[in-house]
Ligand binder design. Structure first.
Ligand code: GLV
Ligand code: MN
Ligand code: MN
Length: 421
């Protein structure tokens, strides 16, 4: 018979999610890019909640915030929980934030019940998962996993500010990034709770699911170059319109991808230069994001996209350049952690459902240093990366409770009675 433990406080979670959503640029939804004022404001809030939950808090040189709840044996490998604090442009309140807030809630419950586990736990608010500002992704989790390189710090934002410069402005020393890295022997595992960002759990009528793995993800940037000119005087046949070329490339990608399902590819960002209504576009810069659980298929489709770009640009008298920005192969969740999540889900009265994540997560980078597990929480209509992203109050609590129960199981701490305070 274990000791009684209170259940998580879903209202506290909802209130904190709301508070974090106010740390945003003045847009619809939430816009909080890495290392900005809004980001630092959100980080301050998280720091306060970590301290209130009995954690010691530190910031590494990549601007990850790490709350540590000491174990009985401070030298035993640490169990890490976390997610990201950055958002997409005009995103929702839950993507990333829910994993951090739920992690803090888990520790708050342990702290309020005077429970010290054998192993320490660290809750991490990662600095850059979406990769919107630098088109990078996983800067923080790669630093902790020990896979970050100096090249990652050289990526620039639209203002030409490098990752290193943005971090330096916060009073940190990005060149000391290796200090953030964990040794595999020092980490027991990493668990991330995240909204599903898809419709399956809602369709099945279940609040939580288990991720079995995460699809691989590759990002490229491309440039199509033509020749700018007067919009009124250059006859159609003599134009080298970079935007029309890029449009044809995008449609060709759409067609190619249809033959390679479930692979998906997205051109999510275009910038047209010089960008004037009376000037023929001379240059287009864009991004391609490709995902699949099968890395070979990703490579095959990328080759086909390159070939298509070549054909289209040659025919139109344009030139093109494509560059790989990042690549993360598919990863698989650890069976032992997934089994603990599954039994926590069942004990909370739910049927276990296994899902593959199409979205990227910090867990992908953390898989390079430790075993990973992921809990998915149902979100309304599967909407994500959108201001309408929503999770109902009950599901906030159920998700955090499953995370707490998973942490207790993995840490070999047994409880049987749950009481609401
Ligand atoms: C992150 O949310 C991604 O999958 O791009
Ligand atoms: Mn996201
Ligand atoms: Mn996310």
């Amino acid at each position: 018979m274990g000791k009684p433990i209170q259940i998580v406080n879903s209202h506290r979670i909802a209130e904190r999610i709301y508070k974090l959503s106010t740390c945003s640029e003045p847009t619809i939804g939430v816009t909080r890019l890495s290392f900005t004022n809004e980001f630092q404001l959100a980080q301050k809030m998280v720091e306060k909640w970590m301290l209130e939950a009995g954690m010691t808090v530190r910031r590494d040189n990549l601007n990850n915030l790490i709350g540590r709840y000491e174990g009985k044996n401070s030298h035993s490998p640490v169990l890490m929980i976390g997610s990201h604090l950055d958002t997409v442009i005009e995103g929702g309140k839950y993507d990333g934030m829910l994993g951090i807030v739920a992690g803090i809630e888990v520790i708050a419950i342990l702290f309020e019940n005077g429970i010290i586990l054998e192993n320490p736990i660290e809750v991490v608010a990662f600095c850059d998962e979406e990769g919107v500002r630098f088109h990078s992704t996983f800067l923080g989790s790669k630093a902790i996993a020990g896979t970050l390189t100096e090249r990652d710090l050289e990526a620039t934002d639209e203002q030409g500010i490098t990752v290193a410069a943005a971090i330096k402005q916060l009073g940190l020393n990005p060149l000391e990034y290796q200090e953030a890295a964990k040794e595999p022997k020092d980490v027991f595992g990493y668990i991330e709770l995240h909204i599903e960002q898809g419709p399956i759990l809602e369709k099945e009528g279940i609040a939580c699911g288990i991720a079995t793995g995460i699809a691989g993800l590759s990002r490229y940037s491309f440039k199509v170059e033509g020749f700018a000119g007067h919009a009124g005087t250059v006859p159609a046949a003599l134009r080298k319109d970079a935007l029309v070329g890029a449009a044809e490339i995008i449609l060709a990608i759409e067609k190619l991808v249809k033959n390679h399902a479930p692979l998906v590819a997205t051109v999510g960002k275009l910038s047209v230069k010089p960008g004037s209504s009376n000037v023929i576009p001379g240059e287009v810069l864009g991004t391609i994001d490709i995902r699949d659980t099968n890395q070979y298929r990703i490579k095959e489709v990328i080759q086909a996209i390159f070939q298509t770009c070549e054909e289209i640009c040659t025919r139109r008298g344009l030139t093109y350049h494509v560059e790989k920005v990042m690549e993360a192969p598919p990863v698989y969740c650890c069976e032992e952690i997934s089994a603990a999540i599954e039994s926590a889900i069942q004990e909370n009265g739910m049927r276990p459902i296994h899902l593959v994540s199409g979205a990227g997560h910090d867990a992908m980078a953390m898989a390079d240093v430790t075993k990973i597990g992921m809990i998915f929480v149902r979100c309304e209509k599967g909407i994500s990366h959108h201001p309408d992203e929503h999770v109902i109050l009950d599901d906030l609590g159920i998700g955090a409770q499953v995370l707490l129960d998973t942490v207790l199981k993995i840490s070999n701490y047994h409880t049987t009675v749950k009481e609401r305070f």
